[in-house]
Structures are given as structure tokens and as C-alpha cells.
Design a protein around this ligand. Structure first.
Ligand SMILES: Nc1ncnc2c1ncn2[C@@H]1O[C@H](COP(=O)(O)OP(=O)(O)OP(=O)(O)O)[C@@H](O)[C@H]1O
Ligand SMILES: [Mg+2]
Length: 269
């Protein structure tokens, strides 16, 4: 037995932050996701890419409990969370953004991020906005945390602006800030740079790297903007027609003939 194998057998690796094993979901006759497996490790940004309808959002819905898998398993830090309800998955530390925005347009930037803290704390949304004595301390912590997240994400100059007045780029940053308010271990973003021009997308990518360094342990990123996703991801999983087509580092994926044929040749950016 080689030294490497010996080392593997005597020192089992700690479980991945997120393990997806043989995940499948059918809707009637449509196999939206078929036998998808991948790992997300500590400190990693993992890109999940593929053409429209490939099954990326369905994967998000399966991991975060919005859909129940037809088969397969999802584990968070080695603990089986398959079929857990969305609220429990978020409380456990896996927080997602949505392909369609979940920003409350009439609320300010600060109020939106503050509302996001509701998920992470035991207080009710009512308590957040109408604090009673016993929640005053939690309220102050939430306010301090909201201000800190907004500064980190670079929206402090827009703190009191109603969300309806934000530019597209600012809205995308606010969506990330709201997700961070729930104090995730894993941040899952579904097309977070949709609608951004290329320089805004590059700046957004730098912000994501900062988020990974300072706020979360790992990011799972669905994104069609190829410059962005290739620039920020440590590894990529490529889906096509519900199945995993390839997995590897950005340079490997860009050089993979199957991926180029199925996807990269006709990617949006
Ligand atoms: N609730 C549902 N009921 C029936 N079919 C669904 C449902 N959700 C997704 N699908 C189907 O599953 C397939 C995968 O869809 P999904 O939204 O996961 O793709 P996607 O990779 O996120 O695409 P896009 O890049 O366009 O967002 C599609 O054929 C879609 O029509
Ligand atoms: Mg989608």
C-alpha cells in the first residue's frame, strides 16, 4: 500500500461543508436533476454553471429544502439534511438568494438588511421594528450588524435610500447583504450578477471574494456571466440536461471539449 493510501486510511478527511450525493428530481416525465454529486469545501467558491434549463435552480431548491428530492442525499458538515424544511436549512447555516429578487422595494437599504436578521435571531419581525424591552439588546445587535454588513458590501452611502431608488448594481449588492444578515456558513447565490454590465460584474466579483474572506465559509454560485464565474470560482460543476457534464478548475473547464460544445460556445457573456 502506498504512503498516500496509508495516510488516507489513517487520517480520514473532515467532511466537506456540503455534500450532494446522487441528487435527482423529476417533475412528471421531466428529469430536471439527475444523479448530481459534488462537494463544497471550506473557504471555497464553487461555480454551478450550465445552459438555461440545465437544472441549476432546481439543485438550489433541493439543497435548501424548497423541493424534496426524488432520490439522493444532501449533508451539511456531515449531517444529513435531505428533505429538511427551508427554514431549518437556513437556521442551520445555508442561506440562498433567489433568481428573482426578494428585496422589499419600499424599505430602505438599512431596513432590508435589518429585516434579513430576523432569520438569524429568535425575535419576530414585529419585534425587530417595534422593540419591547426584552428584545432591545438583540435589536441593537441586529442594527449594529446590519450597519457593518452594509459598510462591508459598499452601500453605506445609500443606507437610508429606499430600495426602489437603487441602481441595478446596488440592488444586486443589497440582495447579498440581506442574505448575509442571516449569518450563513454557506452562501448560495442564484444569478446574482444578472443585469450588470461587465465592469459592474467584475466589481461584484471582488465583493464576493471579500464576502468569502470575511463573512462566510463557502459560496455556491450559479451565474451565467462567464468572466465573473470563471474569475471568482475555485472550481466549477457544469450541468447539462439535468446531469453533471464536468467538474474541475476554471482552466480545465474552459478547455473541456464537451463543455465548450454544450455550453461555453453559446454562453451569454
Ligand atoms: N416546479 C417545476 N415543475 C415542473 N418543471 C420544473 C419545475 N422547476 C423546474 N422545472 C423544469 O426543470 C428543468 C430545470 O429547470 P431549472 O430552473 O432548474 O434550470 P436552470 O438551470 O436554473 O435554468 P436557468 O439558467 O434558465 O435559470 C427545466 O426543464 C424546468 O422547466
Ligand atoms: Mg435558474
Amino acid at each position: 500500500m502506498s504512503a498516500v493510501m496509508n495516510q488516507t486510511s489513517t487520517q480520514p478527511a473532515s467532511p466537506a461543508l456540503l455534500s450532494v450525493d446522487g441528487l435527482s428530481k423529476s417533475f412528471g416525465g421531466i428529469h430536471a436533476v439527475r444523479d448530481i454529486s459534488f462537494r463544497l469545501h471550506d473557504q471555497e467558491i464553487l461555480g454551478l454553471i450550465g445552459p438555461n434549463g440545465a437544472g441549476k435552480t432546481t439543485c438550489f431548491n433541493l439543497i435548501t429544502g424548497f423541493y424534496t428530492p426524488s432520490s439522493g442525499k444532501v449533508a451539511f458538515k456531515g449531517r444529513d439534511i435531505t428533505g429538511a424544511k427551508p427554514y431549518s436549512v437556513a437556521q442551520a447555516g445555508i442561506v440562498r438568494s433567489f433568481q428573482k429578487t426578494n428585496i422589499l422595494r419600499r424599505l430602505s437599504v438599512f431596513e432590508n438588511v435589518l429585516a434579513g436578521h430576523y432569520l438569524a435571531s429568535r425575535q419576530s419581525l414585529f419585534d425587530t421594528f417595534f422593540p419591547r424591552a426584552h428584545v432591545a439588546r438583540a435589536e441593537k445587535e441586529a442594527r449594529d450588524s446590519a450597519a457593518e454588513i452594509i459598510e462591508m458590501i459598499g452601500l453605506q452611502s445609500r443606507l437610508n435610500a429606499p430600495a426602489t431608488l437603487l441602481s441595478c448594481g446596488e440592488l444586486r449588492l443589497l440582495e447579498v447583504a440581506v442574505a448575509l444578515a442571516a449569518k450563513p456558513t454557506i452562501l448560495m447565490l442564484d444569478e446574482p450578477a444578472a443585469g450588470l454590465n461587465s465592469s459592474e460584474a467584475m466589481a461584484f466579483g471582488e465583493t464576493l471574494k471579500k464576502v468569502r474572506r470575511t463573512k462566510v465559509q463557502a459560496i455556491l454560485l450559479v451565474e451565467h456571466n462567464m468572466s465573473l464565474v470563471m474569475g471568482v470560482s475555485d472550481r466549477l460543476v457544469v450541468m447539462n440536461f439535468g446531469e453533471k457534464l464536468a467538474e474541475g478548475k476554471p482552466a480545465e473547464i474552459q478547455g473541456n471539449a464537451k463543455v465548450v460544445e454544450a455550453y461555453l460556445g453559446k454562453a451569454r457573456n
